[in-house]
Design a protein around this ligand. Sequence first.
Ligand code: DUC
Ligand code: ZN
Ligand code: ZN
Length: 466
Amino acid sequence: MATLIKGGSVVSATGRHPADVLIDGERIVALFAPGTGPQDVEIIDATGKYVIPGGVDAHTHMELPFGGTHASDTFDTGTRAAAFGGTTTIVDFAVQRTGEVVQDGLAAWHAKADGEAHVDYAFHMILGGVDDDALKAMDVLVADEGITSFKLFMAYPGVFYSDDGQILRAMQKARDNGAMIMMHAENGPAIDVLVQQAIARGETAPYYHGVTRPEALEAEATHRAIQLASVAADCPLYIVHLSASKALEAVAEARDAGRNVFAETCPQYLYLSLEDQLGAPGFEGAKWVCSTPLRSKHENHHRDLWKGLRSNDLAVVSTDHCPFCMKDQKELGVGDFSKIPNGIGGVEHRVDLLYQGVVDGKLSLERWVETIATTPARMFGLYPRKGVIAPGSDADIVLYDPAGRTRISAETHHMNMDHSAWEGWEIAGKVDTVISRGTVLVRDGEYHGRKGHGRYVKRGLSTYLH
Ligand code: DUC
Ligand code: ZN
Ligand code: ZN
């Protein structure tokens, strides 16, 4: 039987209006003026709720191998947590490490996800070893595998790092086949020098993770990536996890020049800081060791990033969900911050944390929907199947309660983590009901989904490129 979501206010990237949404099977089939839809249907009452497209988190790392361990969420636990938080599609990163065959890395990621996911998922590909074979594989992935974006690292020498020549070659290939290059923009070789010097001075606490990854080295790498993309005939470039004002300036300048340059940020860079989190007493700060790092609250990064979100210099908010427990994982770096696995888990809280920005007057309701759902879908070739409430689109829908409140704690979250980066935070708004391809996954706080419901989605090219 068809289902009518009745009485809510449908919010899109371009506006809001009262409407009833008819779902049949896995798809949205129609929108009706309030009260004018069919009668002989199952009703989901959305009175007082916003009806928004399911969230699209374009940057997650389930089970990522890092620093001698693995990110602690599997596709099972991580996508279930995503569902609880109103995210109905993730784009995770399959990994090719130096010396590995790209297609083998991709097959390994399919094996991790197949039959495990609770929400739909797609993949980007991390290229950790750009060579002739990897360049050929890029064409195959774009043409046959639905993978149209490739992440390169200017950081982590010896692990994922690409030098400028490798980056340029991959960018030229992407310019030819229409793919997007995603860049981890930090000057890794310079950072490694600062890290060694800090450790030699006995500066071993988590706080020094942030100090040894200064803004200038994110800004320099961002600028360099933009220049390399320009040399590659304006190859599409997307800067991931942008954290710093000066990196944002480089992106804004390229965008003002009409370039195919885009950027995302993450909730941690909008709210948390070097001093208050990374600088927490003892080893506590390890919870917030991630790269790029949290920035100083004595500078204007938070203000500038919120502004960048309003102006579209920052197009997307993703989580960079890369969870590690304190026990046995973050603890690997006791006495040496450089051995702390890098990453924060947050796939469950992105939608709520950004809604707080609406309540605080930093973002419009429409821009909230755009940055958490519509733009990531368009940016990564999932639109209009995902990211919009429209006839023909997948019925991925969230009923959001603006009158509700969300309290975040490791005791109640669903991610496989023994702590929360947001412990004790109480914020406005609450995910009420979550629907994925017509199936109710979450209602009244209860879980009705199952692993295996989530399917792999092949992606097309970005719809933002010229
Ligand atoms: N940054 C992180 O914090 N974790 C995984 C990889 C990355 O780039
Ligand atoms: Zn990264
Ligand atoms: Zn990442």
